[in-house]
Design a protein around this ligand. Structure first.
Ligand code: UD1
Length: 379
């Protein structure tokens, strides 16, 4: 069974790692890995391949940055002849980035079966580019692999055939558990000058709605600077945020701030971290502040209190079962909630169902059963 796996951006690499590993264990599977090149910096791409021990991609479409339309169109244009040549039985896409949608459309237009891993998540906020990518990818996918019950219910509400929906758990958690030994021995604490047992918070921020408007970003910075008087903050800065921070006179301009910045100013602006270093840092944090999707899940699994700096989450299980609270962007509220959380840290209530490190195996088993039902390798 020839399967083309598509990755483009940082969170995709984390999700594909356990899947490629599970596919490689099945002799009937012939997995190909295609990197669209949406993320291309060493720190945003190659480092993740190294950390997660993903084999180098078979193809790199090198689309790079651009408007949403341009990025999506270039993935489609460059992927199409490769699919034509490879004639895969299935194209597998993960997550909700532009590369996910572009590859799903390209495949379905060629009549190729599409599998979507992390289907069904909905923030119900269509101003998020990811929400559009999720809705459209799910609309054309044949296999919809969901991470949590809300995903299944959302898809049913949208009229998706229940036979296409498979509740398999979360491949992001497979990656987290599968690399536990490696991230537990990360040297990031030495590199950042964080003393063993130090109390600190981790911050990430990159959603366009939070960082593209200078006023919104200034409000956030005000809240973070006030909070940093109570707890030092480590802030790995996404490249799209870097120039914007520099414009506001913050540490985004320099490469990696010296470690003493952590002590002197309260906020350490550091370059994007690799997967293992980032998970290690989060695992020992007292608090995570983020607008990322995946980090809400990782914090839940690690039992670290998480405050989500958005109005909505597409991952409600992190709130009902986990340590996550969705608190929006008001500076006063961010400070109140952070101090409250530090004083009374929430605990993970229950591990979300099927977040057990075996989601990739379940996905591959569903695909293998499909292959067997169709009778060996269809042409
Ligand atoms: C993308 C995803 C988002 C995901 C995030 C993870 C979409 C619509 N968004 O957002 O869902 O949470 O990845 O990081 O697909 N840049 C670099 N080097 C890189 C990559 C990006 O400098 O390797 C800079 C460029 O200035 C680029 C900007 O970051 O224009 C934005 O990159 P892009 O891939 O368009 O979106 P992200 O914000 O990374």
């Amino acid at each position: 069974m020839r399967i083309v796996n598509i990755v483009g951006a940082r969170p995709n690499f984390v999700k594909i790692a356990p899947l490629i590993r599970a596919m490689t264990r099945r002799p009937a599977f012939v997995p190909t890995l295609i990197h669209t090149g949406q993320h291309y910096d060493q720190a945003m791409s190659e480092r993740f391949f190294q950390d997660l021990e993903i084999r180098p991609p078979d193809f790199n479409l090198e689309v790079g940055s651009g408007s949403h339309a341009l990025q999506t169109a270039q993935v489609m244009q460059r992927l199409d002849p490769i699919l034509d040549a490879l004639r895969p039985h299935l194209v597998l896409v993960v997550g909700d980035v532009n590369s996910t949608l572009a590859a799903a459309i390209t495949a379905v237009k060629r009549g190729i079966t599409v599998a979507h891993v992390e289907a069904g998540l909905r923030s119900f906020d269509r101003s998020m580019p990811e929400e559009i990518n999720r809705i459209l990818t799910d609309a054309v996918a044949d296999f919809l692999f969901v991470t949590e019950e809300s995903g299944r219910l959302n898809l049913l509400r949208e009229g998706i055939d229940p036979a296409k929906i498979h509740f398999v758990g979360n491949v992001m958690i497979d990656a987290l558990e599968g690399s536990r030994r490696q991230w537990e021995s990360s040297s990031i604490f030495d590199k950042l000058g964080v003393e063993p047992g130090a109390t600190y918070a981790v911050l990430t921020l990159h959603r366009p709605s939070n960082v593209d408007d200078p006023g919104a970003l200034a409000n956030f910075l005000e809240a973070f600077e006030t909070l940093a008087r109570h707890i030092p903050i480590v802030f790995p800065v996404h490249p799209r945020v870097k120039q914007r921070l520099a414009r506001q006179g913050c540490g985004g301009g320099a490469a990696t701030e010296p470690p003493d910045r952590l002590r002197s100013k309260g906020i350490a602006y550091v370059d994007p971290l690799g997967y293992l270093d980032f998970v290690a840092l989060v695992s020992r944090a007292r608090l995570v502040l983020t607008d990322s999707g995946g980090i809400q899940e990782e914090a839940t699994m690690l039992g670290v209190p998480c405050l989500t700096l958005r109005e909505t989450t597409e991952r409600p299980v992190t709130v009902t079962h986990g340590t996550n609270r969705v608190i929006g962007s008001d500076p006063g509220r961010i400070l109140d909630e952070a101090l409250q959380t530090l004083a009374h840290p929430p605990r993970r209530d229950r591990t979300p169902p099927l977040w057990d490190g075996h989601a990739a195996e379940r996905i591959v088993e569903v695909l293998d059963a499909h292959r067997r039902a169709k009778g060996s390798t269809p042409e």
